[in-house]
Design a protein around this ligand. Structure first.
Ligand SMILES: [Cu+2]
Length: 117
């Protein structure tokens, strides 16, 4: 005889997350990078195909620019975007995507542009 509690708990186990959210594996610029010249491209590499929904760059003064994204609906593990002209200083790239499991995921990459003294 299966205890009543075990039977009750079983569906919860089955309904639990079958897989984890998609993750950002690496980026260029990398988080924490110090660049001596502005990047021409911004690259995000995920562990699996995702639907990128927003990429925004924020400068130290609070200004931000939202990058245009591909209208292609194919999920992609690697996204390469042309960078707008970025000045020196600290930048924060915020990205949002729909994970392969259908859930929203987001992250932040910080980098600094500082020409060689
Ligand atoms: Cu999820």
């Amino acid at each position: 005889m299966i205890p009543r509690r075990a039977m009750f708990g079983a569906p919860l186990l089955i309904a639990g997350p079958a897989r984890a959210h998609s993750e950002l594996r690496s980026s260029e610029p990398a988080n924490g990078a110090r660049l001596t010249s502005p990047p021409e491209m911004l690259t995000l590499r995920f562990n699996e195909g995702v639907w990128l929904t927003a990429v925004t760059l924020h400068d130290e003064a609070g200004r931000s620019v939202r990058l245009p994204l591909s209208r292609d609906i194919t999920p992609r593990p690697i996204e390469q975007l042309a960078a707008p002209a970025l000045g020196t200083g600290a930048w924060r790239l915020e990205w949002r995507a729909i994970s392969a499991d259908g859930h929203p995921v987001r992250g932040t990459i910080r980098f600094t542009i500082a020409p060689m003294p």
